[in-house]
Ligand binder design. Structure first.
Ligand SMILES: [Zn+2]
Length: 377
């Protein structure tokens, strides 16, 4: 009989420690022990014990004292943001983006490199050596690294052994994942938009249900429901880019016609016109008529996609990917289009823009390791 009781005491202690740590991570400013006890409704002896354990683990520390009038000035306590960090690496057909973020998701380092993708061990080894160079250049110590999240625009099997399908990376049938074989650090390979969606959701105050729509060279997404990522039966949920929005329409990279990706890929506004996105939007501002026409069509198709996602899932939709950074200027027009198309859901108030735009997927891949770590503290 004694064993379960002991276990539950350990569990309660762990939960308390976790609450203290999470609370400190979320606070914008250092806090006194007294205020922390009050905010957490925790007794001072319990809080003191938890703080001792967290300090011994190097996760929290004292940052000075308050400007108190008279008497002993109370110490201020805060989480140590760079006690640990994680790396996100986003792979696309021609680029590698690397980001390192600390426990509070402050960016410690970011780099974009030109490198053509190959699903080979040689590419994996090159990636590893670029990562090691990145870490040493920014004086990031390997013993504090929680893990390396790798993402690419494609469907990855749940056990990460197979890249099932990644047409923009030249993979059209299930192929063994050879990229991560040389990796000695803890790592995980996952779909880019899944990572981006996870990162956005994890930062929502109450982790409300949410869908994520990523508008990059590929169009993808993620569904976060009931407090977790919904991966789907075959690990291919939320492939919003391959929803058919124009039956028999434009040919998509997936081989079918009329997919959202064929209309709302960043390529429609850049490489198809031999331009960068910046150049497209600059020309659009200058009143280029043919670009205005193209952009109008893009917004119509995007409004249709957002309406479809919202009708299916009835939750907020967060828009990310490289196109998202240009969208806030057209927010009202997009909402007006949604209102016109979608009488059921009235004002189109359900869509928002992501926090990190083109870095969202990369940061999200790192956030998954931070989330796992915080769960275990
Ligand atoms: Zn498609």
């Amino acid at each position: 009989m004694s064993k379960p009781a002991t276990l539950s005491t350990v569990e309660v202690r762990k939960q308390n420690r976790n609450r203290v740590y999470r609370h400190l991570i979320a606070l914008p400013e250092p806090i006194t022990k007294q205020d922390l006890a009050y905010q957490l409704s925790m007794s001072l002896p319990t809080l003191t014990q938890n703080m001792r354990e967290l300090a011994q683990a190097g996760l929290i520390g004292s940052t000075g004292t308050t400007d108190s009038t008279g008497g002993r000035r109370p110490k201020l306590i805060a989480a140590i943001p760079d006690a640990r960090y994680a790396v996100g690496i986003e792979l696309t057909s021609g680029h590698i983006r690397m980001v390192a973020v600390d426990i509070q998701q402050n960016e410690l380092a970011f780099q974009v490199l030109n490198q053509s993708f190959e699903n080979t061990e040689e590419y994996g080894r090159r990636l590893l050596s670029l990562l090691e160079h990145f870490l040493s250049e920014h004086e990031l110590k390997a013993d504090k690294l929680l893990g390396v999240g790798l993402t690419l625009p494609g469907i990855i099997s749940a056990d990460q052994s197979t890249i099932e399908y990644a047409p923009t990376m030249g993979i059209r049938e299930p192929t063994e994942n050879r990229i991560t074989a040389p990796f000695s650090y803890p790592h995980r390979l996952d779909n880019d938009a899944t990572c981006g969606g996870f990162g956005e959701w994890w930062n929502k105050p109450n982790r409300e249900n949410m869908a994520y729509l990523s508008l990059g060279r590929g169009v993808g997404g993620a569904i976060l429901m009931g407090g977790r990522l919904y991966a789907g039966e075959n690990h291919r949920s939320a492939e919003f880019g391959h929803m058919c929005i124009h039956p028999g329409g434009r040919l998509c990279d997936c081989g079918r016609r009329g997919c959202l990706e064929a209309y709302c890929s960043s390529a429609r506004l850049s490489t198809d016109l031999d331009l960068t996105l910046d150049e497209f939007f600059a020309e659009l501002q200058n009143g280029n008529e043919s670009y205005q026409h193209r952009w109008e069509e893009y917004l119509n198709d995007l409004a249709a996609a957002l309406s479809n996602i919202h009708i299916m899932l009835d939750c907020d939709v967060v828009i990310g990917g490289s196109v998202s950074q240009y969208l806030p200027a057209y927010e009202e027009r997009l909402r007006a289009k949604i209102r016109a198309q979608d009488p059921m859901t009235s004002q189109g108030e359900y869509f928002h823009f992501c926090r990190n735009h083109s870095k969202t997927n990369c940061v999200g891949a790192a956030v998954r390791f931070i989330s796992d770590f915080i769960e275990t503290v």
